[in-house]
Design a protein around this ligand. Structure first.
Ligand code: MTE
Ligand code: MTE
Ligand code: MTE
Ligand code: MG
Ligand code: W
Length: 654
């Protein structure tokens, strides 16, 4: 009997229509847990680095994690992985909602798609009945709309559907995959789905998941539940509201946007607007948001209600959470929150990432204002900021006119447009748009997180360590007093000594060594979450989370029956982490790519940045180029990886 995992993957060859239920090797759980961990292993074994994003051999994998379908709170992520059209590296956007529990109840840990379908199809997985169905009638439909159409067609209101819109169909590099209360947004998974001509994947399952030691697992979960209740009634004092509780950022419940709107330059925008948040704006935004939100919603088995159902005026209903509320408006310099709710609805139907997309639109406007794009490119475009954004978005998802080049994201578009356009692609790292928060001075922790993380976005790595030093020592003492989640007591001292100003402040404190340790800790927790498919809002993403390194081993052991302790768990996720890194190295990533955009911080410290990178690489057991050393790979039972890197000549200059 298999515990926590189902022990089966669904393998679908889209070219031949062959569908197989394949038993997996139990050893894989011991080596990589599940979720992202086992997904990376499959990509390593089966997708050689010569593979281009739109080659038939680029696998598209939907992974559940070890805890989906168990009673563990907030185990609701599905990880989608593939070689990204934006970066040429392995991308892994993820979505919450209800998809992964349905998939597990249907009897599968993963769906692995290979090759391309000759015609548009959607997949219907209903326990052991799996069909590839015609989707020609759905072509051109919205990503949200398609979900309802498929549920109607299947006469199953409980089917969970992940779908793409026009953007995915047209292989727009920033196309997302939309699914009920969630979205697998970053990295262009929608484009890969579209390339394979999969309009949607629908799933419904009625089976169950086995637990090795169920009563013990439930007893540990009771403690997690008690903590969730405690934290929900006792928000952390002294930190900004989005960090004081648990769950992903509570943007739908949060009205006061003074800090978000005034503290940073957003995305491709250039100007920081220090006096943005006036009384009038405050009142009008609050009113708009209150009217737009119909009710709050959660993902599967989660008490947090991070999302909201939006019904804004005449726009059809949709779901929103976190920062999509702000990204378009801030990038367009449109002051009216209504614009945010309106354009997001259209963007979600098209199925595009709301971090990258506003940046691309703002980039196009900048190029036009600089005379690099011309009136001819903008023929028919309205002249107001909001109108331009809608117009450009419509062109981009259809790849019409100037939209065709914009569809490839700012990095590739700049290089295709030429005429100095590269200078306006001022916000990318590893060929990938960031939701960028441009700040005054280099932050050493964020420098490392941005630079070295495989997801190329800080959500995947930041979390348990506070974002800024607390001004008062008493507050710091109070904070560390009640901090059982930390993996090592020394972090308390680091935090106590960290000051907003003076000798022990950014950018030289925390020291590079401390930064390496802190970043490694946060990353480790993200890697555990992503293997179990627990929402980071309950673990790696929040300051004092319900799930952490001290209770995860107990939960994993009682769920799976394999006994892991903290050291064992760290080793497993470190193994997957290094395999992931080696995979991206094999795809061409190295030190030179690990550099945040020039103007990300106004004040930069080139020498310190080099030292940070070198210290972190050394700490991780990576060489000067950021490639795991043979010794480190050996320790992690990854000798086969070292041999492969050697054979490919990756150790030649480092
Ligand atoms: N794009 C779409 N279409 N819908 C969304 O809800 N959320 C944004 C961003 N882009 C969002 C989106 C937020 S807040 C985050 S944190 C990232 O997507 C999450 O990226 P992922 O889905 O790739 O993991
Ligand atoms: N959970 C994991 N494991 N990893 C993540 O990066 N991002 C969080 C949250 N949960 C995240 C995560 C953030 S910032 C957001 S906005 C939501 O997931 C996005 O939810 P969605 O992907 O369900 O739309
Ligand atoms: N970092 C700072 N300093 N302030 C913030 O408000 N928001 C977080 C995270 N990092 C936030 C932050 C949230 S909720 C998201 S969704 C991510 O930034 C989005 O950025 P990413 O694309 O780098 O993940
Ligand atoms: Mg997502
Ligand atoms: W978010």
């Amino acid at each position: 009997m298999r515990y926590a995992e189902t022990g089966y993957n669904l393998e679908i060859d889209l070219a031949t229509g062959n569908i197989e239920r394949v038993e997996t090797d139990p050893k894989m759980m011991e080596l990589h847990l599940g979720g992202l961990g086992t997904a990376v292993k499959l990509h390593w074994d089966r997708v050689p680095p010569e593979t281009k994003p739109f080659d038939p051999g680029n696998l598209l994998i939907f992974s559940t994690g070890l805890f989906n379908g168990t009673p563990a709170y907030s185990a609701n992520r599905t990880i989608v992985s593939f070689i990204s059209p934006q970066t040429g590296l392995l991308a892994y956007p993820m979505m919450g909602g209800f998809f992964s529990s349905e998939l597990k109840y249907a009897g599968y840990d993963k769906i692995i798609f290979r090759n391309k379908s000759p015609e548009w199809v959607y997949i219907w997985i209903h326990n052991n009945k799996v069909e590839i169905r015609d989707a020609t009638h759905l072509v051109g439909k919205g990503a949200v709309e398609t979900q309802d159409l498929i549920r109607e067609e299947l006469k199953d209101p409980r089917a969970e559907v992940a779908a793409i819109g026009l953007a995915g169909e047209n292989r727009v590099f920033v196309a997302s995959i939309e699914q009920s209360r969630s979205s697998a947004s970053r990295g262009g998974g929608g484009a890969i789905m579209g390339d394979k001509k999969i309009k949607a994947v629908a799933v419904r399952g009625t089976g169950g998941v086995n637990l090795a030691r169920g009563p013990e697992f439930m007893a540990h979960l009771k403690e997690v539940e008690a903590y969730i209740n405690y934290r929900n009634t006792n928000p952390l004092p002294g930190v900004m509201t989005i960090l004081s509780g648990i769950g992903s950022p509570q943007e739908m419940k949060h009205y006061d946007e003074k800090w978000h709107t005034e503290s940073f330059v957003w995305g491709n925008a250039r100007r920081r607007r220090k006096d943005f948040w006036t009384k009038d704006i405050e009142e009008s935004w609050k009113k708009t948001q209150k009217e737009a939100i119909k009710r709050y919603i959660s993902c599967y088995n989660c008490p947090q209600q991070c999302g909201a159902l939006i019904g804004h005026k005449d726009t059809p209903g949709y779901m929103m959470k976190c920062f999509s509320k702000l990204t378009y408006g801030m990038a367009a310099y449109v002051d009216d929150l209504e614009f945010g709710f309106e354009i997001a609805q259209r963007a979600f139907e098209y199925g595009v990432d709301s971090f990258s997309t506003p940046q691309i639109l703002a980039f196009a406007v900048e190029l036009y204002e600089a005379g690099i794009l011309t009136d001819k490119d903008f023929e028919g475009c309205p002249s107001d900021n909001a109108g331009r954004f809608f117009w450009l978005l419509d062109r981009m998802v259809r790849r019409e006119g100037i939209g065709d080049v914009l569809a490839e994201g700012t990095y590739w578009a700049a290089r295709k447009i030429g005429k100095g356009a590269e200078k306006y692609d001022h916000n990318t790292i590893k060929k990938h748009e960031q939701m960028n928060i441009k700040l005054g001075m280099l932050d050493p922790l964020y420098f490392l997180m941005y630079s070295t993380n495989e997801k190329i976005s800080i959500t995947q790595i930041e979390g348990n360590w506070p974002q800024a030093a607390f001004p008062n020592r008493e507050d710091r003492e109070a904070f560390v007093e009640d901090w059982p989640q930390i993996p090592d007591e020394k972090f308390k001292q680091y935090f106590l000594d960290w000051e907003p100003r003076g000798e022990k402040s950014n950018p030289y404190y925390p020291t590079p060594q401390m930064c390496a340790e802190i970043v490694d800790w946060m990353e480790m927790l993200h890697n555990i979450d992503d293997a179990l498919c627990i929402c980071a809002g309950m673990a790696s993403f929040c300051l004092k989370p319900p799930y952490h390194i001290h209770n995860y081993p107990k939960l994993i052991s009682t769920a799976t029956g394999m006994d892991v302790d903290e050291a064992g768990l760290k080793k497993i996720v470190n193994r997957s982490r290094n395999l992931h890194r080696a995979y991206n190295n094999r795809l061409g990533m190295s030190r030179a790519d690990e550099k945040p955009p020039e103007d990300h911080w106004r004040r930069r410290y080139p020498e310190l940045e080099e030292e940070l990178l070198t210290t972190y690489y050394t700490y991780k057991g990576w060489n000067y180029n950021g490639i795991p050393t043979k010794e480190r790979l050996h320790e992690l039972d990854l000798d086969y990886v070292a041999q492969d890197l050697e054979k490919r000549g990756l150790y030649q200059d480092g």
